[in-house]
Design a protein around this ligand. Structure first.
Ligand SMILES: Cc1cc2nc3c(=O)[nH]c(=O)nc-3n(C[C@H](O)[C@H](O)[C@H](O)COP(=O)(O)OP(=O)(O)OC[C@H]3O[C@@H](n4cnc5c(N)ncnc54)[C@H](O)[C@@H]3O)c2cc1C
Length: 390
């Protein structure tokens, strides 16, 4: 499949590539430096705003909501050029790809009009408030409560592993709104402003040295009664749609980023002589094959979603890319050898290829662990009996 074959697509690619090059050689050059840290929020916010002003905020969305009605081919081109430019993941990924997609599918017209244009303009950042200390894989065990008090929902509870919450203006929260309910019933999907006294955010430091995620304490946090997506008590179905987007189409850019990482590793193997090692050559070739399969699956998934049938590819996609990238992280360490184990500075601030090894330990956990994806495939798609619950 040759993407960008039509003159309009080729023109889109050329225009985007030249805009990105101009930005990344100029005002936003720091985004490509090896020690760039995703906690440099002022820069990331300015970058999202620049994308919005140039009309690249959310290209797939309808023009009336801040998008440009881009075709599937153009979405793939955007992801390819983004990765080719050497950029890290989209700063407001959670807002655009998770909440934006969920609102397009399940939001009211008022919610779309209120929340989507600021996402496209890059002015409002979001966090995902699903996981709790006792609700990760077993997500329906949510204990955070929300009750209506006049014209507002009032929330009490605790969330954990909330990525980038310390830079978020809003958080979408799964909370129990039917007192006494259990499991998936009685949950609601609420949109909650972060900057208020009832929301307490505590960063958690990771072994990469980054502070990506947080603990969140909700202590009488309030949000407008209208900020509920779907009906009260029907939040589980909405949250499952969000997870389908998170595991599937939102990861479009990943395989292009992995392409760049693999090319860097192949170059490093040639430079340090490990490319002559028969076992490492074999593993590099397997990584190449895996990446080709990932790309084919990604395009198939996109085509199905455009036909309105978000399918089983999401679970397969998550399982496949998470496992591939984790094996790739191990290959990085074996190709680079002992040099990869030495941090360039204090605080174990690893950069470049060695950092991939540390980061990729999380790839088989976030957005649902490998074991959970296998359960989904076994139970929902193969019709196997549900696993016994302990
Ligand atoms: C980098 C990163 C970013 C994250 N960002 C966010 C975020 O922004 N918002 C958010 O809400 N959450 C976020 N999470 C949390 C993530 O969704 C959870 O970590 C994940 O769902 C697993 O839940 P848990 O950590 O509670 O592990 P547990 O559910 O306690 O699982 C522990 C182990 O038991 C296994 N296990 C559990 N149940 C079963 C079963 N039924 N069958 C077989 N094996 C099972 C799991 O596979 C795992 O290996 C993030 C996680 C990471 C690593």
């Amino acid at each position: 499949m040759r993407l960008g074959a039509s003159p309009a697509d080729d023109a889109f690619r050329a225009e985007l590539a030249s805009w990105l090059a101009a930005q990344l050689d100029g005002r936003f050059a720091r985004l490509r430096q090896p020690d760039f840290n995703r906690n440099e929020f002022a820069l990331l916010r300015a970058w999202e705003r620049a994308l919005g002003e140039a009309g690249y905020g959310c290209i797939a969305w309808p023009a009336a909501l801040g998008g440009r009605d881009a075709s599937l081919t153009q979405r793939v081109i955007f992801a390819e050029e983004w990765a080719r430019a050497g950029l890290t993941p989209r700063p407001n990924h959670i807002g655009i790809e998770l909440l934006g997609a969920t609102l397009l599918a399940h939001g009211s017209d008022d919610q779309k009009a209120r929340f989507l244009p600021p996402l496209a303009a890059g002015t409002e950042f979001w966090a995902q408030g699903f996981s709790e200390p006792n609700a990760g894989s077993d997500l329906s065990n949510i204990q955070t409560r929300a009750r209506l008090d006049g014209d507002a929902w009032v929330l009490d509870g605790q969330k954990v592993w909330t990525s980038w919450a310390h830079n978020a203006d809003w958080m979408f929260v799964l909370a129990r709104t039917t007192p006494g309910s259990r499991g998936a019933k009685g949950l609601s999907f609420l949109l909650v402003p972060m900057r208020q006294p009832g929301v307490i955010i505590r960063p958690i430091r990771q072994m990469t040295g980054d502070e990506e995620f947080n603990e969140i304490f909700l202590d009488g946090a309030r949000t407008d009664a209208a900020n509920i997506v779907g009906a009260p008590g029907d939040g589980w179905a909405v949250a499952m749609a969000t997870l389908t987007f998170e595991r599937g189409v939102s990861t479009l850019g990943l395989q292009t980023r992995y392409r760049r990482e693999l090319d860097q590793l192949i170059a490093a193997a040639k430079a340090n002589g490990r490319a002559r090692d028969p076992l490492l050559r074999h593993r590099l070739a397997r990584a190449e094959i895996g990446l080709s399969v990932m790309r084919a699956n990604c395009l198939r998934m996109l085509a199905n979603i455009d036909r309105g049938t978000p399918g089983r590819e999401g679970a397969v996609n998550k399982l496949y890319y998470g496992s591939w990238h984790q094996r790739f992280g191990e290959l990085v360490m074996d190709v680079l050898g002992r040099a990869a184990e030495i941090a360039p500075g204090p605080d174990y601030a690893y950069q470049g290829l060695p950092k991939i090894f540390l980061q990729s330990r999380a790839d088989t956990i976030y957005a649902g662990t490998n074991e959970i994806q296998r359960n989904i495939i076994a139970e929902r798609w193969l019709g196997l009996p549900r696993e016994p619950r302990g």
